[in-house]
Design a protein. Sequence first.
Length: 370
Amino acid sequence: MRTSLAATGAYHRIALTRQSLFYTTPRKLPGKKTTYPHRSYSFNMTTQQPASSIRYIDVGVNLTDPVFKGIHRGKRKHADDFAAVLGRAKAAGVVNQIITGGSLSESRQALKLAETHGFYATVGCHPTRSSEPTKKPEGVYMKSIDDLITAHLSGPGRVVAVGECGLDYDRLHFADKETQKKAFREQLELAKKHHLPLFLHSRAAHADFVALLTEAGMHENGGEAIGGKSGVAHSFTGETSEMEELVSMGYYISVNGCSMKTATQLEMIKKIPLDKLLLETDAPWCSLTGGHASKDYLTSLPPHLRGLYMPAAAQPDRWQEGKAVKGRNEPCAIGAVAYVVAQLKGVPLEEVTEHAWRNTLALFNIDEGQ
């Protein structure tokens, strides 16, 4: 079932400043393939540009985290500002969000939030949580995941992907390799069963990650021949060769602030094909910070876009209404991520955002409603 975005106001108008790039997004005509002219833009250093259509879907956001309610590490630091977070996202052009489910309980919360706010959700078990199924009788935990997916395949707040799932060898203190592999294998089967894409996590585990996808028959065209619907390697921080291998297997690559820490990562991002690119924040994590290699690419961000994408923030215990919270990433920051990608690739911001938009609709089976 495809779900319409028409009622959400898919086009968000943002007036670009005089230093920004002018680019007109082509209108999609019935029966015609949308094309994206290469570098069809011009500079105007003296006048403000006309409004431009910039729209985002944050494909990975952890809205279930208590920090969005003012709770930091178990202690209340400020008032619940969840509504303000959503308001800033909307102002920045974030039309929709996909809330990440990283465990059974978190997936339930994600689905409830998605239904309440007209968003989408993923359902699954993060590799660092993959010891949770071992605390229940064999098969019970994953059966509950399966049932949760089955119950939310359609309607408001529906599940659009299985995950977050995969392998994380950086944090084996949470779950050993074999425990992670078992949970990953089981979720690969759920993705095939329900014909859903995968929301994937891979850290320091690329060889085993690819091996398990291959073992499950998900290594060619995202497993299309056996019921697979591809997937996205989210918050990707790997090598260029690893990215290229996943793309060759039919998968998308999603980037956020954590993908932009080093010069090597920036070189990798330059080489992600635009038709395989997705955008996310992974909020409240993975902020773009001053210590990242991406810093230099944000210096030219126009002031009013900076205000939308990187709003003024205060320390949690000194928070004031109307401000963001330092150290807590938000969905509105997706625009800054897109801006860095555009700078790296030397293309207009809208070329990046429109490719990411179309890729997101295609992967997660979301109907734009236009």
